[in-house]
Design a protein around this ligand. Structure first.
Ligand code: NA7
Length: 516
């Protein structure tokens, strides 16, 4: 949406294609009960228009999916964005022509269009992943994936409901489902670390202070590590004594943010022993909340460093397992076997009878949506070929061999490691400036050099290897999709450094690019 707004300002003609029936992206699709942002409302909003910022009022510290969708609609209405969007349309292919210096795009509606620039704003978590298990089609009850939740309510009242997966989506959904299901069975393969959100309504005084302080707050966020302002930790967890650590972790736990605990000390994401102190703190909280020690132990993550798989924020997640109508099945003890007509069978032969089966099994993240359409660059090279061993990009914005194609929050950029609103705005602004600069220089194409791309990819990998992030089988590394190339896909140098690097590249006449 911001691309449309910004490109229009440059006097460009813009055509956007959107698979959904309306605006909102991830917030249009992920409408399961309990869906909510885990970045605070103050941060998870556009900063490009001061009036927009001042006129919109968030009602809660963490906004719900319906409220964020209302906001997206408000932005679309306010800037009259829909007239440049064709909804319910998927791009099926995009092919570069060197002769014409343009892209030819086809859609599933049988259209063919040409464009000088192709901006892939396809999202990072928009290609759903199903569980690798036979029999899904034979299930006679209702099956829903959290990422394609129906627009009409899914009736769970008095029903036997199963949830496969315990990532962010499941963790938000489970406490709500448990309130109305007759019985809820949760199939867990890897337990997640989740922190209490401490969500609350925003009062007038907080809203007034928020709005007054927006310019300074946004400026700080743009130069921060993750796109949210977190006071930098200056000491090591290993230098603190047990009591001091406990106190600091408790404070972070009570603070109710995604980043607080992981930023309590400066070595939690780089030193395994330091990390373990925070992980153990969370395991203790689980043991204190969950009544049954066996269930608490099953919920306690032990197989990866805390934070290296995306942490979650929840409301009453662990306490939900104290309810009589909730059962946790540990798939490490009894793996999924098959889905039958009546439910889910696990390896011990038990059939868990279900009326509704929820697949909270995540996404083919980051590269999945970019590889869905057949993108063919210069000399017939397809993006699928270019990325056969994993994604390679320059700055996470461009790909060698694919002139005039830009990716918004693509692999090799800070992307999902950050507050997406900050990263999206920075990408749109950089791309708009780049297109304007090409126009001013009467040039028609820009393409990353292979050398620049290789250097950037090496930097992304090198930074990741200094951290604990690659240690987990996470969707950050492609490990959640069988057969997907493995490698940490994101730039971990922080949004501030990243923004400055992108600006320097442009200021130095687009260092690392060939322009024609
Ligand atoms: P996630 O975080 O990818 O979670 C998916 C969950 O589904 C995770 O617990 C997986 O276990 C589980 N899963 C996936 N496939 C299977 C199979 N075959 N069997 C059992 N369990 C399975 O997706 P979410 O939608 O929750 O969250 C995505 C992001 O959206 C989130 O991080 C926020 O950024 C917002 P695994 O861990 O792979 O063992």
């Amino acid at each position: 949406m911001y691309s449309i707004y910004r490109f229009r300002q440059l006097g460009l003609s813009v055509r956007a294609f959107e698979a959904a029936a309306d605006v909102g992206g991830t917030w249009w699709w992920n409408r399961y009960p309990g869906a909510r942002c885990d970045i605070q409302s103050i941060d998870y909003s556009y900063s490009f228009d001061e009036q927009l910022e001042q006129e919109w009022t968030w009602s809660e510290r963490y906004a719900t999916q319906p409220e964020i969708l209302s906001y997206a609609n408000h932005v679309a209405d306010r800037f009259d964005l829909r007239r440049d969007v064709q909804f319910e349309t998927r791009v099926t292919s995009a092919t570069w022509s060197d002769d014409d210096q343009s892209w030819t795009v086809t859609t599933d509606r049988g259209q063919t269009l040409t464009a000088r620039y192709l901006v892939m704003a396809v999202g990072c978590l928009s290609t759903k992943k199903l569980p690798e298990i036979d029999g899904l089609d034979s299930f006679v009850g209702t099956v829903v994936h959290t990422g394609q939740w129906p627009h009409e309510p899914v009736d769970v009242l008095g029903k036997r409901v199963g949830v496969i997966g315990t990532g962010s989506s499941a963790i938000q959904l489970i406490p709500i489902l448990a309130q109305s299901a007759a019985h809820l069975t949760v199939f867990q393969r890897t337990p997640a670390f989740t922190f209490p959100a401490k969500n609350a309504p925003l009062d007038d005084e907080q809203l007034r202070a928020m709005k007054q302080n927006y310019p300074a707050h946004r400026a700080a966020a743009r130069q921060s590590f993750g796109g949210v302002v977190v006071p930098p930790a200056t000491s090591s967890a290993l230098d603190a004594d047990e009591a001091e650590r406990q106190q600091r972790y408790e404070q972070a736990w009570e603070g109710g943010t995604l980043h607080g605990l992981l930023a309590a000390y400066n070595d939690l994401m780089v030193d395994e022993r330091a990390n373990e102190t925070a992980a153990e703190f969370v395991r203790q909280q689980i043991a204190a909340i969950v009544d049954d020690p066996q269930v608490a132990e099953r919920l306690a993550p032990r197989s990866y460093p805390i934070g290296s798989k995306r942490a979650c924020l929840d409301t009453n997640y662990y306490a939900t397992y104290n309810r009589d109508n909730v059962t946790l099945i540990d798939l490490r003890e009894t793996p999924l076997d098959v889905i039958t007509e009546g439910g889910v069978r696990t390896a011990d032969g038990t059939v868990h009878e279900l009326d509704v089966l929820v697949l909270a099994t995540g996404f083919d993240a980051i590269t999945g949506p970019l590889l869905e359409p057949l993108i063919t660059g210069r000399d017939g090279l397809t993006l699928r070929q270019a990325w056969a061993d994993g994604p390679h990009t320059y700055l996470g914005l461009t790909v060698a061999g694919f002139p005039n194609m830009f990716t918004i929050t693509g692999p090799g950029s800070p992307s999902v490691m950050t507050n997406m609103m900050v990263s999206i705005e920075q990408h749109v602004e950089w791309i708009a400036q780049c297109i304007a600069d090409l126009g001013a220089a009467e040039q028609t194409s820009i393409e990353a050099t292979v050398d620049a791309q290789n250097e950037w990819s090496a930097l992304v990998t090198m930074i990741a290897e200094h951290t604990l992030y690659p240690r987990a089988n996470s969707w950050y590394t492609g490990a959640n999709v069988p057969g997907k190339p493995r490698g940490f896909m994101l730039y971990l140098g922080g949004v501030g450094n990243y923004r400055n690097t992108c600006a320097e590249v442009a200021a130095e006449g687009y260092r690392g690019f060939t322009r024609r």
